[in-house]
Design a protein around this ligand. Structure first.
Ligand SMILES: Cc1ncc(COP(=O)(O)O)c(C=O)c1O
Length: 373
């Protein structure tokens, strides 16, 4: 049946308006920890590269400059333990949300095809299945889809939005093996990989699906999706890429060329510069670490349980109440969070509290939650 925009759900964030209004009546202002949009400055190394590339009269290539693709290859080798990637197995994307939303359609999936995604998940995996006219299956249990010929694409998201859980190499390998045995593609959304808080991941890093111990040295049927929005404060630039199976990346490139899904030349240059500079990522990681260390005890003090949340930009928290009730509790303290219901039915008793606010606003949240004891 193909593209079906009518099957899309209402845009969920609009339903937060009453809670945002209630929170805004707090005398010291609202602390918005809902959407998770970066608030710290874009690093000057990246802004300078953007400015230097601002004379761009000609069309950029959809494939991206060789310099950009080589920067991705170097970044994977240096920071993710993936040494075997080649530049023609890399493709820049206009942020990663568009790739998540369009991958099933770009792969030619449609009616009768199944797209698996995590049980508590970033909603765009489901949107992508719907746009293609395929069926989404929300589960964390490989046994729910192993052996099924109709499963064509399996999304994984580690570290997870919203739960902050990390999949270890063994868990990743089990998913890759099950997918390969039915010829399904595994797309691994790794956009929080640079933001791990607990061991072993804080020291050893978060494993990629392209890690040789996960994929057995072959990238066949695998795609790693990465974004610079969070690690480099580039959400406004729309800077991301996909890498992995060369044939699959080549076929995505052909379709994206026809469709005009091109990263602007100055953003390509900015992304190249950002990927070559680990220092600003370390600075940003420490900012988020400090905010998490301030906020987590206050959230626990306020009667929340915070399971998982070992990496990523969120505290996945529950008071055992329905998420809308908990949003009311937070709004009365001038704080806005995201309801678990956005991320799946089974997450109804959770709220997602983002670490993406200034130190001053996080300090306000800490003060207000600690008072609520
Ligand atoms: C799991 C996940 N994937 C993808 C994205 C999209 O990121 P962007 O489009 O900014 O690259 C987000 C953004 O919050 C996310 O949480």
């Amino acid at each position: 049946m193909g593209l079906n925009p009518r099957s899309l759900p209402d845009f969920p964030w609009d339903s937060l308006t009453p809670y945002r209004e209630r929170a805004a009546t707090h005398p010291e202002g609202v602390v918005d920890l809902s959407v998770g949009t970066p608030v710290d400055p874009t690093p000057s190394v990246v802004r300078d590269a953007l400015a230097e590339a601002s004379d761009a009269p000609g069309y950029p290539t959809t494939q991206g400059t060789l310099a950009l693709r080589e920067a991705v290859v170097d970044w994977f080798a240096r920071t993710r333990g993936v040494a075997s990637l080649e530049a023609d197995a890399v493709l820049p994307t206009v942020g990663s949300k568009e790739l998540v939303a369009w991958l099933p359609a770009l792969m030619g999936l449609g009616e009768g095809d199944v797209v698996v995604h995590p049980a508590s998940a970033y909603p765009t995996y489901d949107v992508g299945a719907r746009l293609a006219g395929a069926t989404a299956l929300a589960t964390d249990d490989v046994a729910d889809w192993a052996g099924r010929a109709d499963v064509r694409l399996v999304w994984i998201n580690s570290p997870s939005n919203p739960t902050g859980r990390v999949l270890d190499r063994e868990e990743l390998r089990a998913i890759v093996e099950a997918a390969r045995s039915i010829g399904a593609v595994v797309a691994s959304d790794e956009c929080y990989a640079a933001l791990a808080w607990e061991e072993p991941y804080a020291s050893a890093g978060v494993p990629s699906v392209l890690d040789p111990e996960v994929c057995g040295g072959s990238h066949e049927g695998l795609l790693a999706v990465y974004s610079l929005s969070k690690q480099s404060n580039l959400a406004g630039y729309r800077s991301a890429f996909v890498a992995g199976d060369r044939a699959l990346v080549g076929s995505l490139l052909e379709t994206r060329k026809h469709a005009g899904m091109i990263v602007p030349a100055p953003v390509q240059a900015a992304t190249t510069a950002a990927l070559a500079d680990d220092a600003h990522v370390a600075v940003q990681r420490e900012r988020y670490r400090a905010r998490r260390e301030a906020l987590l005890p206050a959230v626990l003090d306020a009667g929340f349980d915070v399971p998982g949340s070992e990496a990523g930009l969120y505290l996945w928290a529950t008071r055992g109440d329905d998420c809308w009730e908990t949003l009311g509790f937070l709004a009365d303290r001038g704080i806005v969070a995201a309801p678990g219901a956005f991320y799946g039915e089974q997450a109804r008793e959770f709220v997602r509290i983002a670490l993406t606010a200034t130190d001053e606003r996080i300090g306000q949240a800490v003060k207000r939650l600690s008072k609520g004891r």
